[in-house]
Design a protein around this ligand. Sequence first.
Ligand code: TTP
Ligand code: MG
Length: 350
Amino acid sequence: MERVIMHFDIDAFFASVEVLDNPSLKGKPVIVGGTSKRGVVATASYEARKYGIHSAMSMQTARRLCPHGVFISGHFDRYNYFSSAVFAIVSEVTPLIERVSIDEAYLDLSLLDEDPHLIAKALKKRVHDETGLTISIGLSHNKFLAKLASDWNKPNGFFEIKEEEAYDLLAALPIIKIHGLGKKSVERLNNVGIYKVSELQNMPAEHLSYFLGHSWAEEIYQRIRGIDDRPVVTYHERKSYGKETTFLEDITDPLALKAVVEKYAQKLLLQISEKELWAKTVTLKAKYSDFQQITRSHTLDQAFNRYEEIEDVLDQLLAQLEPDRPVRLIGVSFSNFATQTAVQLSLFDI
Ligand code: TTP
Ligand code: MG
């Protein structure tokens, strides 16, 4: 049976919420991010993107590119509030929703009678009428292409990728557009002169393995041909496995902190894999010596239960701790568990 998959993603999410909460910001370059010296941009309004500002850029650079921009450190309670409001609306379309992050999800519409174009149109309207936010929607027969499609005409976009068009449409793209090809892989491929997806499509599978490693190359080999059989995986209610400790003496050495986090992550992974669970979200919690507490989370595209799958994520989360600031407590937790059968289906491509 031909599947119908929808992907939606809220436009310039944090920045859009800031504008809704303060309408005088409308039409201005708004940049949300860490306002400390080492802060990075979380997101920027589309007006700010014209200046070349993008997520993960240092705030210092952003200020240089757009000195008259409005720089805001962010209101996470408001983002959660708007996220819940959007998800409540979207959940009325179907319960078959896979939430990927605070502002995006996949929906499996295969079993619905209504025309998916009409569903998309109505959804965009309802979200806008009831929250003030705009979303971009992609439709296709699989998750990979639906996500690519939702990004196609952002903001407030709608795009459909039909099965018969997928191969040629992919061929013309730069490889950086392939969701699943990390920055390092793109660099490695660029270094040998490969920039376009068509060049990857012409590459024999063995060569691809050389650049990407065997198992991932297989996945990418399929994706660049528009093939992706991963099902939309819905989740159990939120539940988390965590482990934390308060040190006898505060720690500042990043390697020492990493060692503790690694040890705890390994223990937790053992626990969750014994229960045959797969998690999607990693959360790092730290309390500085002055008792200020921070938590940082990252949700992966694919559910995990092995350390190699999250090592980079843990490094990135640890890197978000303020350097040289003594830490008295550190903890790690996993949440967002996938059902066993659903993940197995996605792993074994049944
Ligand atoms: P995105 O959907 O990637 O970005 P966006 O919604 O701001 O912009 P658009 O979808 O229109 O391209 O991420 C959603 C939110 O997640 C974003 O508003 C801020 C946050 N975020 C970060 O905090 N750090 C990041 O590096 C990224 C990419 C997003
Ligand atoms: Mg978004």
